[in-house]
Structures are given as C-alpha cells and as structure tokens.
Write a protein that binds this ligand. Structure first.
Ligand SMILES: *[C@@H]1O[C@H](CO)[C@@H](O)[C@H](O)[C@H]1NC(C)=O
Ligand SMILES: *[C@@H]1O[C@H](CO)[C@@H](O)[C@H](O)[C@H]1NC(C)=O
Ligand SMILES: *[C@@H]1O[C@H](CO)[C@@H](O)[C@H](O)[C@H]1NC(C)=O
Ligand SMILES: *[C@@H]1O[C@H](CO)[C@@H](O)[C@H](O)[C@H]1NC(C)=O
Ligand SMILES: *[C@@H]1O[C@H](CO)[C@@H](O)[C@H](O)[C@H]1NC(C)=O
Ligand SMILES: *[C@@H]1O[C@H](CO)[C@@H](O)[C@H](O)[C@H]1NC(C)=O
Ligand SMILES: *[C@@H]1O[C@H](CO)[C@@H](O)[C@H](O)[C@H]1NC(C)=O
Ligand SMILES: *[C@@H]1O[C@H](CO)[C@@H](O)[C@H](O)[C@H]1NC(C)=O
Ligand SMILES: CC(=O)N[C@H]1CO[C@H](CO)[C@@H](O)[C@@H]1O
Length: 499
C-alpha cells in the first residue's frame, strides 16, 4: 500500500482538553468511489488535518496513517457492540487486533465505543458501560490507558429541555446508563463525547431559531439569548448545546468531565424542502465553528475551556440513505477538490491550503510507471497540452522523471479544460491536490504566477449580507427540537416562558 513518508508534525499538546482545542475531521466511508487510504492520507496532510475519527478500525486505513503523526480516534461499530459488551475476551481481542497491533506507529488516541447508542441502538444500551469497561481493562493490561481514552458519542437529543441550558437534563429513561457511564468517564479521566448539530436544531425549530444564531453570525445584543437563571448570554446554538450538556452532567453531580464534540457540521446541498443546506451556509457554519474552536473561546459556562471538535465530515457520502442533505455534509469531493472554500484567513493550522480554492492535478505517488508514461504521452499528444517546459533545458525538465513530468502535463490539461469533472483522472493515476506543485522556476498552470491571477480569496468575516432582518423576527423563538420550551429573547434579564 504505497510508500509512506515519515512526516511528524510538531504540535503543541493539543490533545489535552485543558490545553488548546483542536479541530478534527470524521471520515465516513459510505461512498461509491471511496478514495484509497493512501489518497486519504495525502489529502489529510495537504490540508494539515491532524486529528481524525474513523467509524471503524479499518486495518488498511490505520496502516496508511502510520508515521504520519495524525491522531486517530477509532470506533467500535454499533454492530459489534453487543458482542464486546457481553464478553471481556471479545473486547480484549478487539483491542489487540485493532489498537495494540497499530501502536505506536499509528497514533491512536481514543476509542469511541458505538455511535449514538442510546438513541439509535437502545437494545444495546444495557451493555454499553460494560463494553467501555472491558475495553478499558484491555488498555490497562497493555499499559495504554494513559494515552488512549475510552468514551461513547451521544446524540444531543439525549439532553432534554436544552434551553435555557441551566435547566437541561439527560432524558431520565437513561439514568441507569448515564450515571455509571459518567462515573466511568470521571474515574478514567475521559470525556463526554457529544454530537452537536445546530443545523437540525435550526431546521426543526420552524424558524424559531434564527439562522444567524445557528451559523455563529453576530446577533444584535438585544437579540441574544439570555439564560434567565445564570444571566449567561448565548450568541450561538453550538455553545448553548454544549452548555446544556455541562448542566445536564452537573444535575447528576458530575462537574469535572470535559466535553469532546465528536460531530458537527452543515450540509452544502439538500432537496427542495431543505433550502438552508447551501454551500454558503455550510461554509459560514464550518468556518465560524473552526475559528470559534481554535480560539479556545470555550462556552459562556466554561469560558476558555477547550471544546475540541471533529467536523462532519471529510467526504460527502453518496450512499447514505435519507434526504439529499444526508449525502452532502462533506468538505471535499472524492477526488480531493474542496466542495467550497472555507473562510479561514489566518486560522493557519488546519485547511491551510484551502483558502483560495486553487486546485491542481498531479500524478499519484503509487501510480504504475507504465500507466503514467502512457497518460503523459496522451496529454502531450492528443490532449494538446503544451509540454515544451518539459524539454531538456526548459524550466520543468528537472526533476527528470515520469512522476514529475506527468504531474506537469496532467495539471496543464486539467487547468486547460477549466478543471471540469473527470479531467483529473487519467485512468486513475491522477489526483487533485490543493498544494501548489510549482517548484523553482517551474510554475504550474493555475498557480497564478507572474500573470497575477491569484485571487485574494480569503475572507476574514462571514458575510452578513444575507442575514435575515432580525427585527422582523418574533421575539418568541420556539425551539422545536427541544419541543417544550419557548425562548424569550430580549435585552437584559429576559424571562423564559415554559409551556
Ligand atoms: C500522539 O498523540 C499524543 C496526543 O496528541 C501526543 O502527545 C503524542 O506526542 C503523539 N505521539 C506521536 C508519536 O506523535
Ligand atoms: C478482562 O480482561 C482483562 C485483560 O484484557 C483483564 O485484565 C481483566 O481482569 C478481565 N476482567 C474480568 C472481569 O474478567
Ligand atoms: C426519553 O427516551 C425514551 C427512550 O428512548 C423515549 O421514548 C422518550 O421519548 C424520551 N423522552 C423525550 C422527552 O424525548
Ligand atoms: C447531588 O448532590 C446533592 C448534594 O450532595 C444531593 O442532594 C443529590 O441527591 C445528588 N444528586 C444525585 C443525582 O446524585
Ligand atoms: C477569541 O477569544 C477571546 C477571548 O479569549 C474573545 O474575546 C474573542 O471574541 C474570541 N474571538 C472569536 C472570533 O471567537
Ligand atoms: C472551487 O473550484 C471548483 C473547480 O474550479 C469549482 O467547481 C467550485 O465551484 C469552486 N468553489 C468555490 C466555493 O469557489
Ligand atoms: C499568462 O497568461 C498568458 C495569456 O493568458 C498565457 O499565455 C501564459 O502562459 C500565462 N503564463 C503563466 C506563467 O501562467
Ligand atoms: C489581499 O488582502 C489583504 C488584506 O485585505 C491586502 O493587504 C493585500 O494587499 C491583498 N493582496 C492582493 C494581492 O490583493
Ligand atoms: C501542509 C501543506 O501541504 N502545506 C502546504 C501549503 O501550501 C504551501 C504553499 O503552496 C506549501 O509550502 C505548504 O507545504
């Protein structure tokens, strides 16, 4: 599975939840044309993505991630949960095969046991905590429990009466699971894993939640949501949901368990009934979320406490069932081209090369040399690419090898055809990248170069141009997904009206 380069990132102690927050990315695999593990790792590196979560513990993927420095959360899929929760030996085998076998080459930092088990697989709930305990004891036996945390991601719908956050509590049906689970998380120094989807909160609220409030866009101070019990001001749905989780934990007397957001995002496309699933909204949400997280802003209840967050998701998964939006949460197309350009000027640390929407087409590292040569001949011949810079003595002659030469020719063809879909394929030996492959005096087409075509494509602030006129909104916002609460948003000291 290809040549892997030892590539260690110098990083601050970014996993420490008491240190700096990080942004990670989920990698779902329900795709017709799932890229190979090597291609995925190439994209992760090019975009400086240093934290990922897998929905399983795929061996090929974990091998491709070896020696990359990328931190990996692996998952016990829901369909393996019952077996693991019922047998210490099964759990130990799972850990041996999927974790111990890859450590330390692959930096596995957490195990997510199941996914939204209480809400999507309630019949496995009785064994959930045993599953965590069995996995933990296998880690302890291997002396890995200090570096690998064990937890289980929850849907935020397990939290009821989420607004005002100070009144939130976990659905009491699940207290027999939640209480021992929180005890486990506390005693092992782990975190509560929570999936936070302001998109669904917004959509299900029937316009009660203003779009701006879901998208982290500034609200006029008199429209901010204020929790009457704590007088904390909420400027966005994300913070309100995370604080609701803190309050729900403290309601059960757990006050020192940190929160890790295992999923958050916004779809860029939907069907006719999903009019807010647009590239603009997805871009605004994700860009603002990334900046919010990396700024270590924390939440109103716990300012400055890092809320590391995994974006949902790296690629759009076309095979997922459900409304069209379900297939359009991805940041990248399968070929590595960005779906939209994040507004991340100066954020610096992730998606570093995704700020100008410049994409290039290059040869895959592990491509067959004969196939590359054939594709190169085609591009410079029938493909009508100007390959003169590749001639001896010209600016792109060095390095004189088929990978470098075909990269130049593939890219020239890709740019010439307006980067139209399918023009960066060459029978599977080419791949789109956002890293400018130009070197020395060899300027690749599409990089702007002397022609000065580099667009100043970064935008520091989200556009407010499309904001709804908030003065026209009712002051009463019905928070539909939390179903029973009306929020009364007004200037200071507002009251919350509970139906
Ligand atoms: C693995 O990740 C942890 C947590 O971020 C970090 O402290 C450690 O240095 C990493 N190890 C390697 C080999 O990169
Ligand atoms: C479960 O297995 C671990 C080793 O994986 C062992 O240390 C532990 O004692 C076992 N626990 C029980 C209850 O059998
Ligand atoms: C609490 O959870 C139970 C079990 O999943 C569910 O039937 C019930 O509707 C939930 N309560 C609320 C208010 O959502
Ligand atoms: C939380 O602690 C308080 C005070 O010690 C106690 O009265 C209450 O019963 C506890 N609640 C739970 C759910 O344990
Ligand atoms: C960054 O954090 C500081 C406080 O630490 C806060 O004042 C500022 O508004 C935050 N900026 C953003 C963009 O969230
Ligand atoms: C980025 O570039 C691709 C290919 O040129 C284009 O299809 C896409 O619309 C662009 N996206 C944005 C957000 O500009
Ligand atoms: C600059 O633009 C001209 C005309 O569009 C083109 O012929 C030339 O190749 C470009 N040069 C570079 C370095 O992109
Ligand atoms: C890009 O924008 C920055 C900030 O507005 C400005 O200082 C810089 O001159 C711009 N660069 C170009 C090439 O337009
Ligand atoms: C991580 C990564 O690939 N960063 C690249 C971003 O783009 C600049 C300029 O093209 C490169 O120098 C970086 O290596």
């Amino acid at each position: 599975m290809a040549i892997l380069f030892l590539f260690l990132y110098l990083l601050a102690n970014s996993l420490s939840l008491y240190g700096d927050a990080f942004i990670g990315v989920n990698i779902g695999t329900d795709m017709t044309d799932m890229p190979s593990p090597t291609d995925i790792v190439t994209l992760l590196k090019a975009q400086s993505i240093q934290h990922i979560r897998l929905y399983d513990a795929d061996r090929a993927m974990l091998l491709a991630l070896a020696h990359t420095g990328i931190r990996v959360t692996v998952s016990v899929p829901n369909d393996q949960l019952l077996g693991i929760g019922q047998s210490n030996a099964t759990a130990a085998n799972w850990v041996a095969r999927n974790v111990i076998a890859h450590i330390p080459a692959t930096n596995i930092t957490a195990i997510a046991v199941g996914s939204e088990v209480l809400t999507s697989l309630p019949n496995a709930a009785p064994v959930l905590v045993s599953a965590l305990r069995f996995i933990q004891s296998a880690l302890v036996a291997a002396n890995l429990d200090q570096q690998i945390k064990v937890s289980t991601p929850h849907s935020s719908s397990v939290i009821l009466d989420s607004f005002p956050p100070s009144q939130a509590f976990f659905n009491r049906t699940w207290d027999p699971v939640m209480v021992p689970l929180l005890k486990f998380l506390q005693s092992t120094g782990s975190y509560l894993m929570l999936n936070v989807y302001p998109y669904y909160d917004y959509v299900q609220s029937n316009d009660a939640i203003p779009l701006d409030y879901a998208l982290f866009r500034p609200l006029p101070p008199n429209k901010e949501a204020v929790d009457a019990n704590t007088l904390l001001h909420y400027t966005n749905v994300f913070d309100a949901v995370v604080d609701a989780a803190y309050f729900a934990m403290s309601y059960l007397n757990f006050t020192n368990i940190p929160i890790l957001v295992t999923e958050s995002g916004w779809p860029s496309k939907g069907d006719s009934s999903e009019s807010d699933a647009t590239p603009d909204n997805a871009n605004t949400y994700n860009s603002n979320l990334i900046r919010h997280v990396l700024n270590n802003t924390g939440t109103p209840k716990k300012p400055g406490v890092a809320i590391s967050t995994y974006l949902y998701e790296l690629y759009s998964e076309d095979l997922r069932l459900g409304p069209l939006s379900e297939q359009n949460w991805g940041l990248f197309y399968a070929n590595g081209a960005p779906v939209y350009t994040l507004h991340l000027a100066a954020a610096g640390t992730v998606f570093a090369n995704d700020t100008t929407n410049r994409t290039f087409c290059v040869a895959k590292n592990d491509a067959d040399t004969k196939m590359l040569q054939a594709a190169l001949d085609w591009a410079c011949g029938p493909g009508k690419v100007d390959c003169s810079p590749l001639l001896q003595g010209q600016q792109c002659y060095e390095p004189d090898n088929v990978v470098a030469h075909s990269a130049y020719a593939f890219n020239a063809y890709y740019q010439k055809t307006g980067k139209s879909p399918g023009t960066c394929d060459f029978k599977g030996v080419a791949i789109v990248t956002t890293t400018n492959p130009s070197h020395g005096s060899c300027i690749f087409p599409g990089s702007g170069g002397k022609n000065g075509t580099i667009i100043n494509g970064t935008t520091l602030a989200p556009s407010l141009a499309n904001s709804k006129d908030s003065s026209s909104l009712s002051q009463f916002y019905k928070v539909g997904s939390f179903s029973t609460i009306l929020i009364f948003i007004t200037s200071i000291l507002s009251a919350f009206v509970v139906l």
